[in-house]
Ligand binder design. Structure first.
Ligand code: FE
Length: 233
């Protein structure tokens, strides 16, 4: 078989950019080359500021486990949603944003039309199978002129990209390991969320008898990790 025939029967190439709205695009595989080193960075972040399940102002525990890196970290508790310079769990500043993540986020933002993006906050979300994120707007940031850059690692997920009103019908965007989504400008306050990750068989699997310490990061075969970079302060 010739190389050309192999091409014909190989998996279809993914586009390098899929526009979702004015100011919003999916960049398939944009973070793929950085994925392995980023996983090492995430383990170092979690060793300093562990993943934890935060409570919503309404008293619910979030299904997604979270930590942060950057000068500011997003937190929620009974007092509300906000950014804070000190990790309430460790009483220390959040770990710094890894330089390679700053570079990646800046390049992704630039690709979608937002040059000079210098994030000061990165929320790190860990989705075990079954975890989800209901539709919401990212509006605790002080600066809406900067975009949101979202990097997906690990298990695939379905991203919901909605409109400016909660009731607007949301696009369903399949995300896989290494994908990046950027939304800013007129799309900056779009509602968005994530459908429950993984299949129901995995969800019903009982947890391993010896749960890893909270500072460790599970294999990317078993969870989804999402890094969202923002200009918060
Ligand atoms: Fe969000």
């Amino acid at each position: 078989m010739t190389e050309r025939q192999l091409d014909l029967f190989g998996p279809p190439a993914r586009p390098t950019r899929v526009d979702l709205a004015t100011g919003a695009a999916l960049l398939p595989g944009f973070a793929l080359a950085a994925a392995d080193p980023l996983r090492v960075d995430i383990a170092a972040i979690a060793a300093e500021s562990p993943f934890r399940h935060m409570a919503t102002p309404g008293g619910f525990t979030m299904s997604v486990a979270m930590t942060n890196c950057g000068a500011l970290g997003w937190i929620t508790d009974r007092a509300g949603y906000r950014y804070a310079p000190i990790d309430p769990l460790t009483h220390r500043p959040w770990p710094a944003i890894p330089p390679r993540l700053l570079t990646l986020a800046g390049a992704a933002a630039d690709r979608v039309g937002f040059p000079g993006f210098t994030p000061d906050a990165c929320l790190v979300n860990l989705y075990a199978p079954g975890a989800r994120m209901t539709l919401h707007q990212d509006k605790n940031e002080r600066d809406f002129t900067a975009p949101i850059v979202s990097v997906s690692l690990g298990l695939p997920a379905t991203f919901l990209f909605g409109g400016d009103d909660r009731s607007d019908k949301a696009q369903r965007v399949p995300l896989v390991h290494g994908d990046v989504v950027v939304w800013g400008g007129p799309a900056r306050l779009r509602f968005h969320g994530v459908l429950p990750v993984g299949d129901l068989k995995r969800v019903s699997t009982p947890p391993a008898p010896s749960a890893p310490p909270s500072s460790s990061v599970p294999s990317l075969d078993a969870v989804r990790i999402n890094l969202t970079l923002r200009r918060a302060g």
